[in-house]
Design a protein around this ligand. Structure first.
Ligand code: HEM
Length: 230
Protein backbone atom coordinates (compact mmCIF):
# COMPACT_ATOMS: atom_id res chain seq x y z
CA UNK A 1 0.00 0.00 0.00
CA UNK A 2 1.47 3.40 -1.02
CA UNK A 3 2.12 6.22 1.43
CA UNK A 4 -0.83 8.26 0.06
CA UNK A 5 -3.24 5.63 1.40
CA UNK A 6 -1.58 5.63 4.84
CA UNK A 7 -1.75 9.43 4.89
CA UNK A 8 -5.43 9.51 3.89
CA UNK A 9 -6.29 6.86 6.49
CA UNK A 10 -4.22 8.76 9.06
CA UNK A 11 -6.23 11.98 8.63
CA UNK A 12 -9.70 10.63 8.05
CA UNK A 13 -10.55 10.57 11.76
CA UNK A 14 -9.63 14.20 12.45
CA UNK A 15 -11.14 15.15 9.07
CA UNK A 16 -14.58 14.20 10.43
CA UNK A 17 -14.06 16.69 13.24
CA UNK A 18 -13.05 19.40 10.75
CA UNK A 19 -15.97 18.96 8.42
CA UNK A 20 -18.42 18.89 11.31
CA UNK A 21 -17.13 22.13 12.85
CA UNK A 22 -19.72 24.93 12.98
CA UNK A 23 -18.09 26.98 10.20
CA UNK A 24 -17.83 23.89 8.00
CA UNK A 25 -21.45 23.00 8.75
CA UNK A 26 -22.53 26.56 7.92
CA UNK A 27 -20.64 26.27 4.65
CA UNK A 28 -22.37 23.03 3.78
CA UNK A 29 -25.75 24.56 4.65
CA UNK A 30 -25.06 27.72 2.60
CA UNK A 31 -25.19 29.86 5.74
CA UNK A 32 -21.72 31.41 5.32
CA UNK A 33 -21.75 35.22 5.79
CA UNK A 34 -19.64 37.95 4.20
CA UNK A 35 -18.11 38.51 7.67
CA UNK A 36 -17.05 34.82 7.73
CA UNK A 37 -15.50 35.12 4.27
CA UNK A 38 -13.55 38.27 5.26
CA UNK A 39 -12.03 36.41 8.24
CA UNK A 40 -11.42 33.20 6.23
CA UNK A 41 -9.86 34.95 3.22
CA UNK A 42 -7.58 37.11 5.39
CA UNK A 43 -6.44 33.98 7.27
CA UNK A 44 -5.82 32.09 4.02
CA UNK A 45 -3.61 34.96 2.85
CA UNK A 46 -1.09 34.36 5.67
CA UNK A 47 -1.39 30.54 5.58
CA UNK A 48 -0.71 30.27 1.82
CA UNK A 49 1.96 32.98 1.65
CA UNK A 50 3.87 31.29 4.48
CA UNK A 51 3.37 27.75 3.14
CA UNK A 52 4.11 28.58 -0.52
CA UNK A 53 7.22 30.64 0.34
CA UNK A 54 8.51 27.71 2.46
CA UNK A 55 7.79 25.13 -0.27
CA UNK A 56 9.40 27.34 -2.92
CA UNK A 57 12.51 27.72 -0.71
CA UNK A 58 12.76 23.93 -0.31
CA UNK A 59 11.58 22.87 -3.77
CA UNK A 60 14.85 21.02 -4.46
CA UNK A 61 14.68 19.06 -1.19
CA UNK A 62 14.50 15.26 -1.81
CA UNK A 63 11.07 15.08 -0.14
CA UNK A 64 9.49 18.47 -0.89
CA UNK A 65 10.46 18.21 -4.58
CA UNK A 66 7.98 15.30 -4.88
CA UNK A 67 4.97 17.50 -4.08
CA UNK A 68 6.11 20.79 -5.63
CA UNK A 69 3.38 21.92 -8.10
CA UNK A 70 3.36 25.56 -9.28
CA UNK A 71 -0.21 25.25 -10.59
CA UNK A 72 -1.45 24.79 -7.01
CA UNK A 73 -0.37 28.29 -5.93
CA UNK A 74 -3.24 30.26 -4.33
CA UNK A 75 -1.45 33.57 -3.71
CA UNK A 76 -2.89 35.49 -6.66
CA UNK A 77 -6.45 34.18 -6.35
CA UNK A 78 -6.50 35.03 -2.61
CA UNK A 79 -5.48 38.62 -3.42
CA UNK A 80 -8.41 38.85 -5.87
CA UNK A 81 -10.82 37.62 -3.18
CA UNK A 82 -9.33 40.07 -0.62
CA UNK A 83 -9.92 42.93 -3.08
CA UNK A 84 -13.52 41.68 -3.49
CA UNK A 85 -14.28 41.47 0.26
CA UNK A 86 -12.18 44.42 1.59
CA UNK A 87 -11.74 46.75 -1.41
CA UNK A 88 -8.48 47.98 -3.02
CA UNK A 89 -6.81 48.89 0.33
CA UNK A 90 -7.23 45.37 1.74
CA UNK A 91 -3.55 45.13 2.75
CA UNK A 92 -4.04 48.04 5.18
CA UNK A 93 -6.99 46.34 6.83
CA UNK A 94 -5.94 42.71 7.36
CA UNK A 95 -3.69 41.27 10.09
CA UNK A 96 -2.85 37.75 11.29
CA UNK A 97 -5.11 36.75 14.19
CA UNK A 98 -4.04 34.59 17.16
CA UNK A 99 -5.11 31.31 15.48
CA UNK A 100 -3.34 32.29 12.26
CA UNK A 101 -0.09 33.30 13.99
CA UNK A 102 -0.03 29.93 15.83
CA UNK A 103 -0.62 28.14 12.49
CA UNK A 104 1.94 29.99 10.37
CA UNK A 105 4.62 29.94 13.07
CA UNK A 106 4.35 26.14 13.01
CA UNK A 107 4.83 26.09 9.21
CA UNK A 108 7.87 28.38 9.61
CA UNK A 109 9.26 26.13 12.35
CA UNK A 110 9.03 22.89 10.34
CA UNK A 111 10.45 24.67 7.26
CA UNK A 112 13.52 25.56 9.35
CA UNK A 113 13.93 22.33 11.33
CA UNK A 114 12.48 19.52 9.15
CA UNK A 115 11.28 20.63 5.65
CA UNK A 116 10.03 17.08 4.92
CA UNK A 117 7.04 17.91 7.18
CA UNK A 118 5.94 20.63 4.72
CA UNK A 119 4.47 17.68 2.76
CA UNK A 120 1.83 17.35 5.51
CA UNK A 121 0.83 21.02 5.34
CA UNK A 122 0.65 21.04 1.53
CA UNK A 123 -1.41 17.83 1.50
CA UNK A 124 -3.94 18.98 4.10
CA UNK A 125 -4.55 22.32 2.44
CA UNK A 126 -4.29 21.59 -1.30
CA UNK A 127 -5.96 18.14 -1.31
CA UNK A 128 -8.67 19.62 0.92
CA UNK A 129 -9.18 22.54 -1.49
CA UNK A 130 -9.37 20.09 -4.42
CA UNK A 131 -11.81 17.83 -2.50
CA UNK A 132 -14.36 19.30 -0.12
CA UNK A 133 -13.26 22.75 -1.23
CA UNK A 134 -14.94 22.27 -4.61
CA UNK A 135 -18.27 21.57 -2.88
CA UNK A 136 -17.75 24.42 -0.42
CA UNK A 137 -17.19 26.82 -3.35
CA UNK A 138 -20.70 26.17 -4.67
CA UNK A 139 -22.23 26.52 -1.17
CA UNK A 140 -20.52 29.90 -0.62
CA UNK A 141 -21.69 31.13 -4.05
CA UNK A 142 -25.24 30.12 -3.07
CA UNK A 143 -25.05 31.64 0.43
CA UNK A 144 -23.72 35.01 -0.81
CA UNK A 145 -25.35 35.00 -4.23
CA UNK A 146 -21.94 35.27 -5.94
CA UNK A 147 -21.36 35.00 -9.69
CA UNK A 148 -18.44 34.99 -12.16
CA UNK A 149 -16.00 33.51 -9.64
CA UNK A 150 -16.13 36.77 -7.63
CA UNK A 151 -15.35 36.06 -3.97
CA UNK A 152 -14.49 32.38 -4.59
CA UNK A 153 -11.38 32.71 -6.79
CA UNK A 154 -9.50 30.83 -4.06
CA UNK A 155 -11.32 27.61 -5.04
CA UNK A 156 -10.74 28.05 -8.79
CA UNK A 157 -7.65 26.18 -10.03
CA UNK A 158 -7.19 27.74 -13.48
CA UNK A 159 -3.99 25.73 -14.09
CA UNK A 160 -5.64 22.34 -13.44
CA UNK A 161 -7.95 21.02 -16.17
CA UNK A 162 -8.95 17.70 -14.57
CA UNK A 163 -9.03 17.81 -10.75
CA UNK A 164 -9.59 14.05 -10.28
CA UNK A 165 -6.64 13.22 -12.59
CA UNK A 166 -4.48 15.81 -10.82
CA UNK A 167 -5.30 14.33 -7.38
CA UNK A 168 -4.48 10.85 -8.69
CA UNK A 169 -1.12 12.09 -9.98
CA UNK A 170 -0.44 13.92 -6.69
CA UNK A 171 -1.14 10.73 -4.71
CA UNK A 172 1.14 8.80 -7.10
CA UNK A 173 3.92 11.30 -6.28
CA UNK A 174 3.33 10.79 -2.55
CA UNK A 175 3.70 7.04 -3.21
CA UNK A 176 7.21 7.59 -4.65
CA UNK A 177 8.46 9.00 -1.31
CA UNK A 178 11.03 6.63 0.25
CA UNK A 179 10.25 6.99 3.94
CA UNK A 180 11.17 5.07 7.09
CA UNK A 181 8.25 4.12 9.32
CA UNK A 182 9.33 6.91 11.68
CA UNK A 183 9.29 9.52 8.86
CA UNK A 184 5.90 8.31 7.62
CA UNK A 185 4.47 8.54 11.15
CA UNK A 186 5.93 12.04 11.55
CA UNK A 187 4.24 13.31 8.34
CA UNK A 188 0.89 11.76 9.37
CA UNK A 189 1.30 13.31 12.86
CA UNK A 190 2.06 16.72 11.31
CA UNK A 191 -1.00 16.40 9.03
CA UNK A 192 -3.18 15.80 12.10
CA UNK A 193 -1.62 18.86 13.73
CA UNK A 194 -2.36 20.89 10.57
CA UNK A 195 -6.03 19.85 10.92
CA UNK A 196 -6.06 21.08 14.53
CA UNK A 197 -4.72 24.46 13.39
CA UNK A 198 -7.52 24.61 10.79
CA UNK A 199 -10.20 23.62 13.34
CA UNK A 200 -8.79 26.21 15.76
CA UNK A 201 -8.96 28.82 12.96
CA UNK A 202 -12.56 27.84 12.13
CA UNK A 203 -13.49 28.20 15.82
CA UNK A 204 -11.96 31.68 15.84
CA UNK A 205 -13.88 32.59 12.65
CA UNK A 206 -17.05 31.44 14.37
CA UNK A 207 -16.57 33.86 17.30
CA UNK A 208 -19.02 36.76 17.16
CA UNK A 209 -16.37 39.49 16.70
CA UNK A 210 -15.81 41.87 13.79
CA UNK A 211 -12.74 41.71 11.59
CA UNK A 212 -10.66 43.81 11.48
CA UNK A 213 -10.83 44.45 15.25
CA UNK A 214 -9.01 47.79 15.58
CA UNK A 215 -8.27 47.14 19.30
CA UNK A 216 -6.41 43.82 18.93
CA UNK A 217 -4.90 44.63 15.50
CA UNK A 218 -1.88 46.77 16.58
CA UNK A 219 -0.89 44.25 19.29
CA UNK A 220 -1.05 41.33 16.87
CA UNK A 221 0.86 43.14 14.13
CA UNK A 222 3.68 43.98 16.56
CA UNK A 223 3.71 40.41 17.89
CA UNK A 224 3.82 39.05 14.30
CA UNK A 225 6.95 41.11 13.53
CA UNK A 226 8.68 39.63 16.61
CA UNK A 227 7.41 36.04 16.04
CA UNK A 228 8.71 36.08 12.45
CA UNK A 229 12.23 36.36 13.93
CA UNK A 230 12.04 33.00 15.77
C1 HEM B 1 -17.04 21.55 4.77
C2 HEM B 1 -16.15 20.76 5.14
C3 HEM B 1 -15.55 19.64 4.32
C4 HEM B 1 -16.11 18.77 3.44
C5 HEM B 1 -17.56 18.69 3.00
C6 HEM B 1 -15.05 17.88 2.96
C7 HEM B 1 -15.22 16.85 2.06
C8 HEM B 1 -14.22 16.00 1.62
C9 HEM B 1 -14.42 14.85 0.74
C10 HEM B 1 -15.72 14.44 0.12
C11 HEM B 1 -13.22 14.24 0.58
C12 HEM B 1 -12.89 12.98 -0.26
C13 HEM B 1 -12.45 13.37 -1.61
C14 HEM B 1 -11.94 12.19 -2.45
O1 HEM B 1 -12.11 11.05 -2.11
O2 HEM B 1 -11.34 12.45 -3.48
C15 HEM B 1 -12.29 15.01 1.36
C16 HEM B 1 -10.97 14.71 1.41
C17 HEM B 1 -10.07 15.50 2.06
N1 HEM B 1 -10.33 16.67 2.76
FE1 HEM B 1 -12.09 17.41 3.21
N2 HEM B 1 -13.88 18.25 3.54
C18 HEM B 1 -14.15 19.31 4.38
C19 HEM B 1 -13.28 20.02 5.15
C20 HEM B 1 -11.93 19.83 5.07
C21 HEM B 1 -10.95 20.68 5.74
C22 HEM B 1 -11.30 21.87 6.64
C23 HEM B 1 -9.73 20.21 5.36
C24 HEM B 1 -8.37 20.73 5.75
C25 HEM B 1 -8.12 21.95 6.06
C26 HEM B 1 -9.93 19.06 4.48
C27 HEM B 1 -8.92 18.31 3.93
C28 HEM B 1 -9.12 17.15 3.20
C29 HEM B 1 -8.05 16.26 2.77
C30 HEM B 1 -6.57 16.44 3.02
C31 HEM B 1 -8.65 15.21 2.08
C32 HEM B 1 -7.98 13.92 1.58
C33 HEM B 1 -7.63 13.93 0.20
C34 HEM B 1 -7.13 12.57 -0.25
O3 HEM B 1 -6.09 12.09 0.20
O4 HEM B 1 -7.78 12.01 -1.03
N3 HEM B 1 -11.27 18.86 4.32
N4 HEM B 1 -12.91 16.06 1.97
Amino acid sequence: MGFSKFLREGIWDIHSMADSSTVAQDMQEAKTTTEDMKKITAGLYYIYNTMEDAIEKHKDDIYVSKIYRKELSRKQSIKEDLEFYFGPDWIGQIYPTVAIQLYVSRIEYVAKTNPMLLIAHAYVRYMGDLSGGQMIKEMIKQALNLTNGKGTRFYEFDGIEDIMAFKKDYRASLDTLELTQEQADAIIGEANLAFLYNVNFFREVNRNVVYPDEIEKPYLLRAYERIKKI
